[in-house]
Design a protein around this ligand. Sequence first.
Ligand code: S3P
Length: 441
Amino acid sequence: MRRFRAQAGRPLSGEATVPGDKSISHRAIMFGALAEGDIRVTGFLEGADCLATMAAFRQMGVDIEHDAGAGRLLVRGVGLHGLQRPESALDVGNSGTSMRLLSGLLAGQAFDSELTGDDSLRRRPMARVVGPLRSMGANIDTAEGGRAPLHIRGRAALRGIDYVMPVASAQVKSCLLLAGLYAEESVSLTEPGPSRDHSERMFEAFGVAVTREKARLRLAPGQSLRACDVEVPADLSSAAFLLVAASIVPGSELLLRNVGVNPTRDGVLTILKQMGADITRENERLAGGEPVADLRVRHAPLRGIDIDPALVPLAIDEFPALFVAAACAQGVTRLRGAAELRVKESDRIAVMADGLQALGVQVSVREDGADIHGGPLGGGRVDSHGDHRVAMAFAVAGQVSRSAIEILDCDNVDTSFPGFVALGRSVGLSINEFSDTEAPQ
Ligand code: S3P
């Protein structure tokens, strides 16, 4: 197991391109595999989660050439009905996106399959996808409490569905749209609020019509995917750690290149700007149907704010970083309407609050959020609970703490940000990594 040790160092400076967008990388493989023809992918995130998706499709007979280290793939699409029965369970490790999206796709296949994952993923709620899939006629058995492993029986004739989603979730939405490719009737989904729309954008690029009328999406039956190359931008969720680090370390100025700034993902930029951060977008453009920009961030004093609950789904993965920004701000930051954070890779409200409290920050926790009182950060030891984004958030906190912060259980950082330590160090993050056996006590 790896640990990080982070401590105050120098200002952040220079330029960096963080790894590719996780959500778009997963979809590039899934949509590419279901398309007819060859798909070239650039900027693919070579993190454990997306590699798990790649392995799952290879197990189902899809030929994927991977130029490892270069983020380039050639996916030889097999068409909607070309997947083959996997010989063993599809183990997607820590990846909720793989499991939830694949469950929809597998419900429509002519073969049986099993989806499983690591301890954390087997604790996460799958009923949110299994319930509506069953209403469509899917045949799925789960472990207790609607959790993985999921046993999906093929040859089900899928009906349509007109579903009002209880939570804004791109994973649920995308799962049902993928199942809809195999349904005999249309799939209509009403979202309680916007969630990331990468699937809708990629469907359009692959020639599948998903129409939207206000909050209601509709996918008509009988559509197929035509091959289309995918250019994956850098992941704003990974950039967020460096945006917060540069904001809180005096004297910093950093340029992050080619970052995806899809408006259904950019809540972190809005929230940080409301807190006083100095972040500007340069060179804004569209790449493969997704808006991208270079982000320039300069140090600026942050102040506490009441976070607009409407922004929560648009920044859902960035709260570990935002908790640290709030701890470094002047005044109180109030977060509400964020109960979804409790069912991410860890219970991010509890885990972030515990860690910040261990560093001397005053945090009062609520079921759906927290009040974070800005103030000086001390050093100490915090547990990431195997959550990649929690580990990186505390590494950022270490850049301004009075003494070093040691972060336990950091292996999963590779799920979304392989090379985090090396890239961070190249722009001035003061961080080292150790294995448990060699860590300084
Ligand atoms: C994702 C959707 C979000 C997000 C996750 C990736 C996606 O999950 O937290 O990291 O790629 O669709 P929810 O849909 O559960 O909010």
